[in-house]
Design a protein around this ligand. Structure first.
Ligand SMILES: Cc1cc2nc3c(=O)[nH]c(=O)nc-3n(C[C@H](O)[C@H](O)[C@H](O)COP(=O)(O)O)c2cc1C
Length: 363
């Protein structure tokens, strides 16, 4: 923050709450320029230049959508309505959105506001009791118009999803482009094992101490990781633990789909707002929530002709998994899918990503 920045008590409250919005790998791809007592500009930057999961900027656009919803809920809590205005940018990776808060005494309060700081990822195995119809209804009602949820549940279907997740993990682990991301997103600093302000803490990976140590060791270099993966089946155990087992150990998987295929930046922001409301609802229902977003991303790359890996095996595997995804929910729904994940019975995790302080997010 520049020493000269002053921020009103209203914006301090709203932004201090909204900064808890989720972003891929906790990158917090936003900064705030304060332009008045009730106005500010969001300066976003997508990670398409270095994250293989964000090559079209869509993951960052979804995250900014989560942020917009968090701002909306937080402003309403203070008795204000937030109005967002798109600002054109010169550079392709940049995102600019003007925000104006207008006082609205009596504005409707949304109970999801109370979940903003509690909401987080649960990567560990969860309890498997199926969702009740009341719980499903709460999720369905949390989504704005234009979005619906497809549930994948029951032992047989969860087993199919588990195989799909196991196969999909092969796409992630077989490519060097994935390694470049995975090797940088875990916070190995000793003081950040449980809570990391800008990365993912090791204890939030959902692995035991031995597998955390193995992960750290194997991620030291691509040649080591690749050798282990190719000749010693080095990723079989993590895939079984983090992808297969956890896919069985949940109440249900879900796919959020729009009524049309998302295309524009604002389609993704609106999708992000829907996803965030769904995620806050999981917290409200005391359910754990784990994103399973990479199948959606890889299928989108295939649809859009994005070449995301130099490894032919990776591309072939992604093609195969795209077919499996289509068999699971139907081709039309894959095309309209914006987010996939699982929910299950769970206590709040004892390790999680936290956030940069607001002062570091102010320009
Ligand atoms: C658009 C988007 C995609 C994400 N995809 C994944 C994913 O595929 N796997 C995963 O474990 N977490 C995923 N996450 C979760 C982030 O890593 C997580 O939100 C971030 O580290 C902050 O942690 P918190 O949500 O626990 O506060 C995603 C989050 C967003 C917003």
């Amino acid at each position: 923050m520049k020493p000269s920045v002053t921020i009103s008590p209203l914006l301090t409250k709203v932004l201090d709450s909204a900064r808890w919005a989720p972003s891929g790998d906790n990158v917090q791809c936003w900064r705030f320029e304060i332009t008045g007592e009730h106005t500010f500009v969001i300066h976003g930057k997508d990670t398409s230049d270095h994250v293989v999961y964000d090559l079209e900027g869509h993951a960052s656009w979804l995250a900014v959508g989560c942020l917009l919803e968090a701002i909306d809920l937080s402003a309403a809590h203070e008795g204000y309505e937030a109005v967002f205005q798109h600002i054109d940018c010169e550079l392709p990776q940049e995102i600019r959105i003007g925000v104006e808060l207008s006082e609205r005494p009596g504005i409707a309060q949304d109970p999801l506001y109370s979940q903003i700081i509690r909401r987080c990822v649960q990567r560990k195995p969860m309890g498997t009791t199926p969702l009740s119809s009341a719980e499903k209804k709460a999720f369905e009602q949390s989504l704005p118009n234009g979005f619906e949820v497809i549930w994948l549940e029951g032992d047989r279907v969860k087993q199919q999803v588990a195989k799909f997740m196991y196969g999909n993990a092969d796409t992630r682990y077989s490519m060097k482009e994935g390694y470049e991301v995975h090797s940088k997103i875990i916070d190995w600093r000793p003081e950040c094992r449980r809570y990391s302000p800008d990365l993912i803490p090791p204890l939030a990976l959902g692995l035991d101490a031995i597998n955390i140590a193995l992960t750290k060791w194997s991620l030291k270099s691509w040649s080591r990781f690749h050798f282990l993966e190719k000749y010693l089946a080095g990723t079989v155990l993590p895939r079984l633990l983090m992808d297969y087992r956890t896919s069985i150990k949940c109440s249900a998987h879900f796919v959020i789909v729009g009524d049309k295929t998302a295309k524009s930046q604002w389609d993704y922001h609106n999708a992000g707002r829907a996803v965030y409301r769904f995620w806050l609802t999981a917290a409200q229902l005391n359910l754990g929530f784990q994103p399973e977003q990479t199948p959606v991303i890889f299928s989108e790359y295939i649809r859009n002709g994005v070449e995301f890996s130099e490894n032919p095996y990776t591309n072939q595997n992604a093609d195969k998994m795209d077919q499996v995804f289509k068999q699971l929910i139907g081709e039309d729904k894959v095309q309209r899918s914006v987010y996939m994940g699982r929910v299950g019975r769970s206590e709040l995790p004892t390790s999680r990503s936290v956030r940069k302080p607001l002062t570091e997010l102010l320009l």
